[in-house]
Design a protein around this ligand. Structure first.
Ligand code: UDX
Length: 440
């Protein structure tokens, strides 16, 4: 078993730290955010992620998992140091790697014996090399010669199913030049190795590239199916059947073929833009990715237009909104389609009654600019009282079995916009609602 440090306690850092301790390792998580660490030390998990809180609690209890703000303590005590800090998009679309480089400086400052530095943050190709250079430079200043290796180990977990994804990955990518580091990393992921999870062993740059190429491909796949959905609507075809049939082709696979209001979240928008920038800097245009970014922006905007077109106008209309997070099982609203669609509807004169099982965490501040036109509700039925239309934006499970008989009595108008295609037209129309899906 290894002694592991994880720098950064965001989604990726906290899930990685908790699960690595669950694999049996001794893990210490460090963060510059004192308040967050304070909460974690008291057993409070700052993000909503199914299954995570109990894993954190159990491993803290068994003293395999702990939290600190002391980089000195965290770095000195471990052999393997994961960097899992945020790399948000800058104004120009480039990934901001400042936090990663800062973590490298801390490592250089406190490294006391051989360490393996593992980058888990999504970073532009070449960042691993920079991390190495920074640690070497700090060591030079300290007039110390301490050996270390750098590994790129991108993370592919999804929010909402992060615990499962981390412990059942499709593959583990390990990019490094060092055989020694590779062997230690195989031990870190020993549980998965024994489960026959494929391990991709490659160099630093390739590992960094794999993450961007994968995420951008998935964003492109969703965008493709969204555009085909638009065409389906025009020609009387049904995207659900089209996608199901396409997915049966082993070369395509059924995953990430669900048409919707456009992709959001903390990764796809940021990673597609970063990849486009990396390509540009290298004198290459990946036109498919440029087109994906453009089409997704356009798509999010077109959703409000679709509502207006169906209703004639939304001026003076009351609309029930079901779901505002970018996907179910998360309280994260980063780049959520709701942040584009709802302000547009308000601008056109609509008032909104919103319910999302997790609206309380971010709903109010993210929609601050339209707050005078929003009533936040305690459940989906309260949101429907007296409205002219219902708009389903996020496919939370509790929206999959709506009581249409009850809804009939609550609503004023009969428009039902199902932007996640979780209902069948016939099913909804039998209650007198007018159904609008995407691409069907
Ligand atoms: C994603 C990647 O899946 C993960 O591998 C990476 O490490 C981080 O980014 P995440 O952003 O948590 O994970 O969510 P994901 O489930 O991939 O969904 C991203 C967006 O795409 C959501 O807005 C979702 O609604 C949308 N989506 C997804 C679709 O519109 N259709 C689909 O078929 C799948």
């Amino acid at each position: 078993m290894s002694k592991i440090t994880v720098i950064g306690t965001g989604y990726v850092g906290l899930v990685s730290g908790a699960l690595l301790s669950d694999f049996g390792h001794q893990v210490i998580c460090v963060d510059i955010d004192h308040e967050k660490i304070n909460k974690l030390q008291q057993g409070e998990v700052p993000i909503y992620e199914p299954g995570l809180a109990s894993i954190v609690e159990a491993n803290c209890y068994y003293k395999r998992l702990s939290f600190t703000v002391s980089f000195k303590e965290a770095i000195e005590t471990s052999k393997v140091i994961f960097i899992a800090v945020g790399t948000p998009a800058r104004e120009d679309g480039k990934a901001d790697v400042q936090a990663v480089l800062k973590a490298a400086k801390e490592i250089g400052t406190y490294i006391n014996e051989y360490k393996i530095v593992v980058d888990k943050s999504t970073v532009p190709i070449g960042t691993g090399k920079k991390v190495k250079e920074i640690i070497e430079a700090v060591l030079k200043e300290r007039e110390k010669q301490i050996p270390f290796d750098v590994v790129s180990n991108p993370e592919f977990l999804r929010e909402g199913s992060a615990v499962h994804d981390f412990s059942h990955p499709d593959r583990v990518v390990l990019g490094t030049e060092s055989k020694k580091a590779l062997n230690v990393m195989k031990d870190v992921y020993g549980v998965l190795y024994l489960n026959e999870t494929p391990f991709i062993e490659t160099n630093l740059e390739t590992a960094e590239m794999i993450k961007y190429a994968s995420n951008a491909f998935l964003a492109m796949k969703i965008t493709y199916v969204n555009e085909i959905a638009d065409l389906c609507e025009r020609v009387g075809a049904n995207i659900q059947d089209v996608a199901r049939a396409m997915g049966r082709d082993g070369r395509i696979s059924p995953k990430f073929l669900h048409a919707g209001p456009g992709y959001g979240g903390s990764c796809f928008p940021k990673d597609t833009k970063a990849l486009a920038q990396i390509a540009k800097e290298n004198g290459i245009s990946i036109s498919l990715i440029d087109a994906t970014i453009h089409a997704n922006e356009k798509r999010k905007k077109s959703m409000a237009e679709k509502i207006q077109k169906a209703m004639g106008s939304v001026k003076g209309k009351k609309l029930a909104v079901l779901g505002i997070t970018f996907k179910p099982n998360t309280d994260d609203m980063r780049e959520s389609p709701s942040l584009t669609i709802l302000p547009q509807l308000v601008q056109q004169g609509a008032d909104l009654r919103i319910f999302d099982p997790k609206w309380e965490k971010e709903g109010k501040w993210r929609l601050e600019q339209i707050k005078d036109h929003i009533v936040f509700c305690q459940n989906e039925y309260e949101a429907m009282v007296g409205v002219d239309a219902i708009i389903l934006l996020t496919e939370w499970n509790q929206f999959r079995n709506l009581e249409f008989n009850r809804m009939k009595e609550l609503v004023h108008g009969k428009y039902f916009f199902d932007f996640r295609n979780i209902y069948q037209r016939k099913e909804v129309e039998q209650y007198g609602f007018q159904y609008y899906g995407v691409g069907c």
